[in-house]
Every structure is written in C-alpha cells, then in structure tokens.
Design a protein around this ligand. Structure first.
Ligand code: AMP
Length: 420
C-alpha cells in the first residue's frame, strides 16, 4: 500500500473542488444563522457511553459502525458517528436550557465517522451540517427546521429532491404499536438476524430493503393507525404549516430512520439522482433523548444534512456553483529588484483587502502569465527593470487583454478602486 493513499472509505477535498464543499456548507448554514441558530462546536470524540445511550444500543451505528478506542488513560471513547447526542450533551453540560430562553437553537458543521461498507455516497468519514432546537414541543419548530433545509437546498439550485414525512408516535402510543408489530413480525419467515431485530428494534424491520422481506411485510400493522390523538393532532399541525409555507412533502408511513431516539415527526430528504445512497439529509423530533442520556425532559427536534451527498446531488443535476475566483490580482515580477518591489506591493494590496497572489520561484514571463491566467485573477501587474526605472508597473486587464503603465505609488489605490 502506498503511503500516499487515504484510508479506505475516505477521500480528500482538494482545490478547486473543495471550494464547492465550502460553498455547500455555507449555503446550508446561511438560513440557520438568519433564524436564530447559534454556532456550536463539540469534540470529534465523546465517551462511548454517550452514543450507546443516546443513539441506541440496538442501532447499526452503535453495534457495527462506531470507531471506538481506549486511551492510554483507560477512557473508552468513540469518534462521533452523528451530531445530535454530542450537541445535546454540550447544551446540558453548559446548562443552556436553564438560561430561560427555550428552545435553545444551535447549528453545527463537522466531520463524522462510521465504519460502513464504502460505496459512492457512503464514506467512513463524511461531513454534515446540522441544526438542533432543544427544549420546546411546538409543531412550528418542526416545520421551521424542514422549511430551512428546503430553503438551503433550493438556494443551491437543487430541485430534484423530495421530503418524506412521518410520525413515530410518542411514549404513549409507540409501545402499543411496537407490541402489535412484534406480534405480526414473529409470524413471518425471517432469518435469525432479523428475528433478533424484532426483539430489540422492530420498527427497523420495516426498513429492510430486501424484496423477500418487503413481500412479507404487506399487511403489517401501520403506526399511523396507532397514533394517539395528541400525536395525530401534532402531526396534522406540522403538515398544515408545511403546506401553508408551500413546501411539498410526501407522507411516508414506512420512514423510521436508523436512530433509536426519534419520536413523533421524522423526515428525510431524498435526491432522485443519487442511486442507492439517496438520502441527502434527515432528522426528526427526539423528545426522550435528554432523559436517555441522564438529563431533564427536553423535547427537541433537529436535522443533519450530508455535505458529501449534497455535492453529489449538485453534480447529478448538472449544477455548477458560481464561485468567484479567489484571486483578483496576480503580480508578476521580472528580475530580482522587481521581486522585492512587487512583493511589497502585494503585501500592501492584501492589507488593503484586495485578494492578491504572486509569482514565486523566479519564473519567466510566459510561465508566470500562465499561472496568472489559471488563478482566475482579473488583473495582472507586471514589472521589469525598465518599468521600475520609470517608476511604473504594467497593469494588464486579463479579460480585455489591454495593458497600461500605472505609477508605482498609485497602483494600490488604482486596483482598490477597480471592481473585483
Ligand atoms: P443520518 O444521521 O444517518 O440520518 O445521516 C444524515 C445525513 O448524513 C444523510 O442523509 C447523509 O447525507 C449523510 N450521511 C450519513 N452517513 C453517511 C456516510 N457514511 N457517508 C456519507 N454521508 C453520510
């Protein structure tokens, strides 16, 4: 194996493509920042216990996909496989919920780790931008988050995605349904692994992708028929608010999602151009999670959108983001003296806020101009011995090709005054 090979299931973000990733992160965060969500950053790892209790002992994420390690000091840690448990832990630790301003609204952006079978759109290291609204039970809050995610995707120009919506019930009605479902599932012809799942997480069996399982699931009791009146009313309210906002969604009574902590509203954003890994984002309400990790009752709702898959969705729709060139001015010195003088000009331009780059390594005019072109800079400034003797630099407009001498002591002000 070459030393220059990223670990299996990972990849590097490199220019120029990395600019798209940054832009996607920013586009997802933008509507949150304007809607009262504050930025939160938590460690890349947590005590294993947090995820075992928070994400759920019966989930694939915890049983199969977590990167765990024992430190030299004997602490059992896990690289974070998702964001919600960490963010809630951080909010509880800092007592944000006691500051008297509920819901606590937070957004985050970072790397997550799951030991999954890698394929296109599924990586062992991936990136999410997420939002959590902690400590309020209000259908408008669920609707707000779904609307903001929709807004984020649309701001990127995406349109080939669908919103799937479901309610998972609460601690009153969910157990009744669970019993009914377990009764039904135990009567089916299923393999041992799936049978075990019936005991620990029967809702996940509904999620089974295999045709032979799906065939047997016809006629399974549906949660919709078991929702208590409070859950039904709550769900109708969320649906109504989304409809009023003009955000289209599909009711998907089979949507259960892979994490144990969801209650009531659950949703997923799927993109139709992505093949098997079509979920670009998802989330829901997790009213019991705080208590599961040892905190007070804090009904909450949140989502996480995958940055990697959102970039793939852009590709699938043939969308190229309009990312302005990062360099506006490129300086090309010809000779030793010019290098000193122009490097000084570059520093001044940068301090004046003009995005400037420099031809390093003593290149000749031809090579340096090629780099100037590649940089995307609108202007090049070129200076040789003779220009310096005359107290000027040559200012070249890279778009029109026009070139004119500008007095050395006026070049910074001249470029500052030009449109970027
Ligand atoms: P989840 O926490 O599983 O609901 O994931 C939320 C979003 O994160 C998904 O919709 C994906 O866009 C993204 N995601 C989750 N797992 C992976 C992965 N292994 N590779 C790439 N993206 C992922």
């Amino acid at each position: 194996m070459s030393t220059f090979q990223a670990p299996k299931g990972t990849y590097d973000l490199l220019p120029p493509d990395s600019a798209t990733y940054l832009a996607v992160r920013e586009a997802i965060a933008a509507p949150l920042k304007k809607s009262g969500y504050g930025y939160v950053e938590t460690p890349g790892f947590e005590n294993v216990e947090l995820f075992a209790r928070g994400v759920g002992e019966s989930t694939d994420i915890v049983t199969k996909e977590m990167y765990t390690l024992t430190t030299k000091g004997g602490d059992e840690l896990a690289l974070r496989p998702e964001g919600t448990a960490s963010v809630l832990r951080a909010a509880l630790e800092a007592n944000l919920h006691k500051a008297g301003n509920l819901p606590v609204k937070l957004w985050y952006s970072g790397s997550y780790y799951r030991y999954e079978r890698p394929q296109k759109g599924r990586y062992r290291h991936f990136s999410q931008v997420g939002a959590e609204a902690i400590g309020a039970e209000d259908p408008a809050l669920d609707a707000e988050l779904i609307i903001l995610a929709d807004q984020a995707y649309r701001s990127l120009g995406l349109s080939d995605f669908r919103i799937l919506l479901n309610s998972l019930g609460d601690k009153e009605c969910r157990p009744v349904y669970r019993d009914a479902l377990q009764g039904f599932l135990r009567g089916l012809d299923l393999d041992e692994d799936t049978r075990r799942r019936i005991d620990i997480n029967p809702l996940r069996v509904l999620d089974d992708k295999r045709a032979e399982v799906q065939k047997q699931l016809v006629g399974a009791p549906m949660l919709r028929d078991y929702l208590c009146d409070a859950c039904k009313a709550y769900h109708e309210e969320v649906r109504g608010l989304l409809q009023a906002a003009g955000v289209a969604f599909e009711d998907d009574e089979k949507l259960v999602r892979g994490l144990d902590y969801y209650t009531r509203t659950t949703f997923e954003f799927v993109h139709d151009g992505l093949g098997a890994q079509s979920a670009v984002g998802g989330g829901g309400r997790y009213d019991g999670l705080s208590e599961m990790i040892g905190g007070p009752a804090l009904p909450s709702v949140g989502w996480a959108l995958g940055v990697d898959r959102t970039v793939l969705a852009l590709e699938a729709e043939g969308i190229t983001l309009d990312i302005p060139a990062s360099t506006s001015v490129y300086a090309v010195p010809l000779g030793e003296e010019a290098r000193r003088v122009l490097f000084g000009v570059v520093t001044e331009l940068r301090r004046a806020g003009v995005a400037t780059d420099f031809s390093f390594g003593g290149k000749g005019l031809k090579g340096a101009m090629k780099n100037a072109n590649r940089s995307g800079a609108r202007y090049a400034i070129v200076a040789g011995e003779r220009d310096l003797a005359e107290g000027v630099v040559q200012l070249k407009d890279m778009e029109s090709g026009e070139q004119e001498p500008v007095a050395l002591d006026a070049i910074v002000a001249t470029l500052q005054a030009k449109p970027a």
